[in-house]
Design a binder for this molecule. Structure first.
Ligand code: 5AD
Ligand code: SF4
Length: 471
């Protein structure tokens, strides 16, 4: 009961926040343009930034030419992401020449790494703000208004933006992301995230519940709980002293309403517990889909990656998932050509992909990131041609697995949440099934976005399913 009161209070507070920001927006009309790169966490952060700026009376625009402030929310995960963003910043140089009052800012993961380079050496930007300093944006923007450069890349141990009600950018009004934790303590040797996003911290569970409930009340029907490693979510209720773990949080969100679908990302194979898997199995509205990045199928390489699990451990997790949820889809992240990886070890990644039967994978070749443990201690000795060759093989195999996985769905009927019109035709809807597969089907009757429909799958490619609504 007490818990409910707190949630209710939080909800009221967040609703008030929305009203305030609305008034503020009508008072001033400064416009900003924001572009996001990288993971879902980063897109979710942009929605926090939008909320903070709305309170300052600023509104977003999709037109670069209308903006007095341009923000790029950046990603550092691979060299390629950084190159893309640098190119984009160069494109903005001519806008700046035309409009001296234009402020250009870099947010997110590249901020910490490249602040000096951006600000001083290349003079590409006026503003650099790290992922834990968004509350400071109004002050920093004020500083740039005075003609100064502004920087805050402080990484916090506490900041979770728990009290900020994100403004949904590019929303379909049906699905939304909720950030439940920030940072990462894992120290995978290839990964720059612990350095760009700082230490791991979990957000107040009550504020997560309030946000999910508020979304449901506003017509949203699916939430994805986000964190770099959701399985290590851990929050202590200051009133009861009770610890809430990820399985508990997942259950609490699932209990909001059976019509609210719950997803989450990303799981770490070393941390995903039987309790989480069992909770998923217990609730039909917790989607039967797990993103469980393997990175490599070889135990020696996994050790070098500091993933702290081996091939057998990973296989045990996958076995448990399929045992408790035979209809669950599993997807993965895979890195080709990590330091010292041999051809035989690469083949073990391929055999793992086939064995685990991934519905899809995000696949990369290894790219050394400055400052990471691998950059410091290991030799990046697999030639780029070999990395690309291995990656191509991985992609080719995954396409075959995905195609087979999808073909196995032909003839089956799934509950699909309609997300909106398909990309190609306004006569068709698109939506996902529980297993996170996108299905395209002709519109029928009065069904609209946000409705659940039963869809019979009639055909498949390696990327999409097509079907028809069954009454
Ligand atoms: N090189 C290549 N891929 C990487 N990833 C993370 N760091 C690197 C890197 N240095 C991949 C991992 C991770 C995903 C988000 O990006 O597969 O799970
Ligand atoms: Fe990119 Fe990682 Fe930062 Fe996400 S957390 S934006 S993937 S570097």
């Amino acid at each position: 009961m007490h818990q409910q009161n707190i949630e209710q209070d939080l909800l009221e507070e967040s609703r008030q926040g929305e009203v305030l920001s609305y008034h503020a927006q009508t008072e001033s009309n400064r416009k900003y343009y924001i572009e996001s790169y990288g993971c879902q966490m980063n897109f979710s952060d942009s929605e926090i930034v939008a909320s903070i700026l709305a309170q300052e009376g600023m509104s977003s625009t999709k037109e670069l030419s209308e903006a007095q402030l341009i923000l790029l929310n950046t990603c550092s995960i691979r060299e390629k992401a950084e190159e893309t963003i640098r190119k984009r910043l160069k494109e903005f140089e001519h806008l700046k020449k035309k409009n001296h009052k234009l402020t250009i800012g870099v947010l997110g993961c590249m901020a910490e790494r490249l602040k000096n380079k951006f600000l001083e050496e290349e003079k590409l930007v006026d503003l650099v703000v790290g992922p834990d300093s968004y509350r400071d944006l109004p002050r920093l923007i004020g500083q740039t208004d005075e003609g100064d450069k502004a920087v805050n890349v402080f990484l916090s141990r506490e900041e979770t933006y728990a009290d900020i009600n994100p403004i949904r950018l590019d929303s379909n009004g049906v699905t939304a992301f909720i950030s439940i934790m920030r940072g990462c303590d894992n120290m995978c040797s290839f990964c720059v995230v612990p350095f760009t996003r700082g230490r791991e911290r979990s957000r107040d569970a009550m504020s997560v519940l309030a946000e999910a409930r508020d979304l449901f009340d506003r017509g949203f029907r699916e939430v994805t709980l986000l964190g770099q490693n959701v399985d290590s979510y851990k929050w202590q209720n200051p009133n009861s002293g009770e610890w809430i773990l990820f399985a508990n949080l997942l259950e609490m969100v699932a209990q909001i309403d059976p019509r609210l679908r719950v997803r989450f990302s990303t799981s770490h194979p070393k941390d995903i517990t039987d309790q989480v898997i069992q909770t998923m199995a217990n609730y039909p509205n917790i989607c039967k889909y797990i993103h469980l990045p393997v990175q490599s199928g070889n135990s020696r390489v996994l050790k070098l990656m500091n993933r702290t699990y081996d091939r057998e451990w990973y296989m045990d997790r996958v076995n448990t998932i399929y045992r408790l949820m035979p209809d669950c889809a599993i997807s993965s992240d895979i890195i080709a050509g990590f330091c010292t990886e041999t051809e035989d070890e690469h083949k073990e990644t391929i055999s793992m992909m086939l064995w685990a039967n991934y519905s899809m994978s995000y696949m990369f070749f290894y790219s050394e990131r400055p400052g990471t443990p691998a950059a410091k201690k290991l030799i990046d000795d697999v030639p780029i041609e070999i990395k690309k060759e291995r990656l191509n093989e991985i992609i080719r195999i995954q396409n075959q697995i995905s195609y087979k996985h999808n073909m196995a769905d032909v003839g089956k009927t799934f509950e699909v949440l309609i997300e909106g019109n398909s990309k190609k035709s306004e006569h068709d809807f698109k939506g996902r099934n529980s297993q996170n597969k996108m299905i395209v089907f002709p519109k029928k009757g009065n069904y609209k976005a946000g409705d659940y429909v039963q869809v019979l799958v009639q055909s498949a490619s390696s990327a999409t399913l097509t079907g028809i609504i069954m009454d």
